[in-house]
Design a protein around this ligand. Structure first.
Ligand code: XMP
Length: 514
């Protein structure tokens, strides 16, 4: 394992993902982790991330000095390098010119273990305000640029390395090779982190935790919960019961398709609850977005609770919590099953009441999203399940701006199914992150069809590309495809007479309209 100490860089998670791409497990830890704890975890190497602070700032995040004496290889990146240099008696200075930001031409010493096998110059990505001007005893320079003398340093005897640039970002041309040199060459780690091994370990862990108990899983049809289902099924078979609640705001025929795909390919115990009527009763006529979410969330919890009680006794509740959620709630390294205090069932659609004393099973809590897809593939899930676009818990209800009525749900389902069919047919489905269709509030516009005047609704199509939904851009769909989508919707959904394409980026816009 490689431990990444997080000094607040926007790239900390990316470093962890890069290490894992090399088939070596990596975990993020808070920068104030003690040397004793590190010793206990027995990592093969430690990477200190970058961060926004300056080592001379009053509250500059520190490193337990004893970690430097553990004999475990260390790679400091940007702030991580400056911190080590400063701690070991070197000197770091604020750059007098402006911050260095962007691409820089790097000259490297290929005699260093960090750069062995690479060309002696390549482009690297810099982003820093301070730089290291005097090296601590025992260190030597191994890379420089025209404006930066000590772009990388090493003390091979102590196995301490540092780079001022960011090897984890794609702009650093040989970045991954540098990380590999550190991970395999310096740390001597073995590439054993594979999804096949993950399955083996998790199956074992789940069996030990669950023993003879029963596990309930809320299945939404999304890739996370479906992968959890497949993994749990492999581990405990019939002891798993999955519950799929159709709130009536799924895509056209989607509830049926999810149930069919899952029962056909996975043969798991699946309880399908058609709760569309009771959800519609709760939101009919509601137009405030937060009120919609709240009502749907509450109703979900109520339905889940009622239906779970009907099925029988469960000791465990499984969830598709991912590693980024774990990092965010700062409980990295937590245990597999914890007593549930506050839990979310259906990705931010409400939480279950505290008196439901389930223990939690979260077998994806060590994985990033891209790893979940790999895991799903390794478990043999159908491509249609693995590559599905994310879909919000409250479903189409938050894509109907203004009042929700059964009729408006139906109209949106029709328009949405045309968009889905067309982007799939044109080979765009897997290139985009999401493709919401939004039904605009009751603003009618005039049109003409045949010789007759029309006066109908408007919908917006919003296809976006994104890495993680934090930022997004409108997808540059070919004009012909957009025209085809528009023409099909207007011809086949008589209630809609105008189609717009939403070209706003996130930020400042969000992906969903509500
Ligand atoms: P925004 O609209 O904030 O969406 O850019 C980011 C991602 O989150 C999804 N989303 C939701 N998912 N319940 C969910 O389960 C919700 O209430 C919700 N709102 C937004 C959205 O589809 C996108 O993937």
């Amino acid at each position: 394992m490689i431990i990444i100490l997080d000094y607040g860089s926007q790239y900390s998670q990316l470093i962890a993902r890069r290490v894992r791409e090399c088939n070596v497990y990596s975990e993020l830890a808070a920068h104030d982790i003690s040397a004793a704890k590190i010793k206990e975890l027995q990592p093969e190497g430690i990477i200190l991330s970058g961060g926004p602070a300056s080592v001379y700032a009053k509250d500059a995040p520190q490193l337990d000095a004893a970690i430097l004496d553990l004999g475990i290889p260390i790679l400091g990146i940007c702030y991580g390098l400056q911190l080590v240099v400063n701690m070991l008696g070197g000197q770091v200075e604020r750059r007098t010119e402006k911050r260095e930001y962007g691409k820089a031409a790097l000259r490297v010493d290929t005699g260093s273990a960090l750069f062995v096998g690479l060309e002696d110059n390549f482009t690297a990505w810099m982003s820093h305000g301070d730089s290291c001007v005097r090296l601590p005893d025992g260190f030597r320079r191994i890379a420089s640029t025209d404006s930066l003398e000590n772009a990388a340093v090493e003390n091979p005897a102590r196995k301490i390395y540092g780079v001022q640039f960011h090897p984890e970002v794609a702009h650093t041309v040989k970045g991954l090779d540098i990380l590999k040199n550190f991970i395999f060459g310096v740390c001597q780690a073995q590439p054993v982190w594979t999804m096949a091994n993950y399955i083996e370990t998790e199956v074992q862990r789940i069996r030990e935790t669950v023993s003879g108990g029963k596990v309930l899983l809320g299945l939404s049809g999304g890739v996370d919960s479906t992968t959890v289902a497949a993994l749990l099924h492999k581990a405990i078979g019939e002891q798993l019961i999955c519950m799929f609640i159709d709130q009536g705001f799924m895509r056209k025929n989607e509830a049926r398709r999810v149930v069919d795909l899952i029962s056909k390919y996975m043969r798991i115990n699946l309880v399908h609850i058609d709760a569309s009527r009771r959800f519609m009763e709760k939101v009919q006529g509601v137009s405030d977005p937060e009120e919609k979410r709240k009502r749907i969330g509450n109703e979900f919890v109520r339905t889940f609770e009622e239906e779970a009680r009907k099925i029988g006794d469960f000791q465990f509740l499984a969830q598709g919590t991912l590693y980024p959620d774990v990092i965010e709630s700062a409980v990295a390294g937590g245990t597999q099953a914890k007593t549930a205090a506050k839990i979310k069932t259906h990705h931010n659609v409400g939480g279950l009441p505290e008196d439901m004393k389930f223990k939690l099973i979260e077998p994806l809590r060590w994985l990033f999203k891209d790893e979940v897809r790999k895991l799903g593939r390794e478990l043999g899930l159908h491509d249609d399940l693995i590559n599905r676009h994310p879909f919000p818990g409250p479903g189409l209800a938050i894509r109907i701006i203004g009042k929700i009525t059964p009729e408006r749900v139906r109209v949106l389902q029709e328009a949405d199914s045309i968009v889905m069919a067309e982007i799939k047919a044109a080979g765009w489905y897997n290139k985009i992150w999401q493709a919401p269709v939004i039904l605009l509030p009751d603003v009618r516009t005039v049109g003409v069809m045949g010789d007759a005047r029309t006066y109908g609704m408007t919908c917006a199509v919003r296809c976006v590309t994104s890495e993680d939904a934090m930022t997004a851009r409108a997808a540059h769909l070919p004009w012909e495809l957009l025209e085809k989508i528009s023409s099909r919707i207007i011809n086949e959904v008589p209630e809609i007479t105008r189609v717009c394409y939403d070209i706003s980026s996130k930020p400042p816009a969000t992906i969903e309209w509500e």
